[in-house]
Design a protein. Structure first.
Length: 403
């Protein structure tokens, strides 16, 4: 539970450190601002983009059950439900070993099964529209959108009672200005994202295809429309993104599962570089890093945004304790870094291992891949464990889930 009870929510925070200055109003910064405002903190949220530009990304996110719980706690779930496409099956193909495994609803842990979906696909635009609407309606939040002033002054200008949050994405200037240590590994790979119409695909199934050049996810976004997230060497992604729609559709046709065909391209495909990065400590003084300002992983398994939102969830848990007096302002940054460490390291390592294990043609690995897929096919506890790690976070299997 991350939100304070209504009485607590409405009263002004009296403890020291009752203000947050958040730089970056992407999906992480905006959601955090809303959660903190609901707990009664005073928020200033700034982004260099205007409200219109913030909404104007052609992207769809795979939403897991950990994100569902956070959105429910913040009172956003019901408003988003109509905008989301649930998927009730997840098909995993090892295209080299020519083996397939399926995850279905009964592979979910019992606390998640009531939702009748393994996950949901949510488009960026309705998500940002709702977040910005709620932020604009909150008397606790001052929004400064379209403000491109340099961020270095933020650190020196900050008031003594103020927390500063870097939610300014993977190239975070605030993180760099504060010289927070940061590790980064360039995958030399890229990712092509495109929306298209497919024929022959199941509208309630998400696909993850492990191919030698990299994994490809095919995510249902409603009716016969899908988003593909196609990893490959970056130059190849860029060439594909620049190719004609007919060339791209025929390249996709050649690799989609049998019976599934690419019919029409619905947006301009984009290609972006992939990296593995992590700030080993998510704080320095009163500066806190959330979302991709603090970490980035491979898009395999759709973990990226969900991992960012688990930062939000853990930070809101601590700020609630701060308001209740169970956490001191001094210890909050350290506790936040410590609380996030296992989840971040486990997700970063496991997504990295997944692509090293499955996205190659090494003959020596093939027997192990056959074994892994056979275990997934035949052993329910292996499917349940893997799905729980993907949807609730790697540390969750040993803990009871909130109802
Ligand atoms: C091209 C691309 C395509 C992607 N496609 C997918 C996808 O299909 N599915 C998926 O699940 N994930 C996708 N991702 C990943 C996903 O977008 C991220 O996980 C998510 O956006 C992280 O959210 P964030 O709020 O931490 O960072 P961001 O979304 O990057 O938000 C950071 C915000 O900070 C602002 N900002 C930056 N610097 C400053 C500054 N100096 N001053 C003020 N504001 C600043 C930016 O304008 C931005 O609004 C994609 C990422 C990229 C780059």
């Amino acid at each position: 539970m991350v939100t304070a009870d209504p009485q607590l929510r409405d009263s002004a925070v009296s403890a020291a450190h009752d203000r947050f200055r958040i730089i970056g109003a992407g999906p992480t910064g905006a959601l955090l601002a809303l959660g903190l405002a609901q707990q009664g903190f005073v928020i200033s949220l700034r982004d260099r983009l205007s409200a219109e530009m913030l909404q104007n990304r052609s992207r769809a996110y795979a939403i897991t059950h950990s994100s569902r719980r956070l959105l429910q706690d913040l009172g956003l779930w019901t408003a988003l439900l109509d905008q989301m496409e649930p998927f009730r099956a997840l098909r995993l193909d090892d295209c080299t070993a020519q083996r397939t495994a399926w995850f279905r609803l009964n592979d979910l842990r019992s606390a998640n099964r009531g939702s009748d979906a393994i996950g949901w696909i949510l488009d960026h635009r309705p998500l940002m529209r709702l977040l910005l609407e709620r932020l604009q309606a909150s008397s606790q939040v001052s929004l400064q959108l379209g403000d491109a002033s340099p961020v270095d002054a933020v650190l020196s200008d900050s008031e003594s009672r103020e927390w500063i949050v870097a939610a300014d994405g993977p190239r975070s200037k605030l993180r760099n200005c504060a010289r927070v240590p940061f590790w980064s590994h360039d995958y030399q790979q890229g990712c092509l994202t495109a929306k298209l119409r497919l024929s022959g695909a199941d509208p309630h199934c998400a696909y993850e295809l492990f191919r030698p050049e990299g994994p490809m996810a095919v995510l249902p976004v409603g009716h016969d429309r899908y988003q593909v997230v196609w990893s490959a060497p970056l130059s190849r992604c860029r060439d594909r993104a620049a190719s004609s729609p007919a060339e791209l559709l025929s390249a996709l046709d050649a690799i989609l599962p049998e019976g599934v065909n690419a019919v029409e391209l619905l947006d301009d495909p984009g290609a972006f570089p992939l990296e593995l990065s992590l700030a080993p400590r998510l704080h320095r003084g009163t500066l806190l890093l959330v979302g991709e300002a603090g970490h980035r992983c491979h898009p395999v398994g759709g973990q990226g945004l969900n991992l960012c939102w688990r930062d939000v969830s853990d930070l809101l848990h601590l700020t609630l304790k701060l308001r209740e007096g169970a956490v001191t302002p001094k210890s909050l940054p350290r506790r936040y870094s410590r609380r996030r460490r296992f989840d971040l390291v486990a997700v970063l390592l496991s997504t990295d291992l997944l692509i090293r294990f499955f996205s190659n043609q090494r003959l020596l690995l093939l027997p192990f891949r056959h074994l892994a897929l056979a275990m997934l096919r035949h052993l329910r506890w292996v499917r349940r464990f893997s799905l729980s790690a993907m949807t609730d976070g790697p540390g969750s299997f040993l803990k009871p889930l909130p109802k």
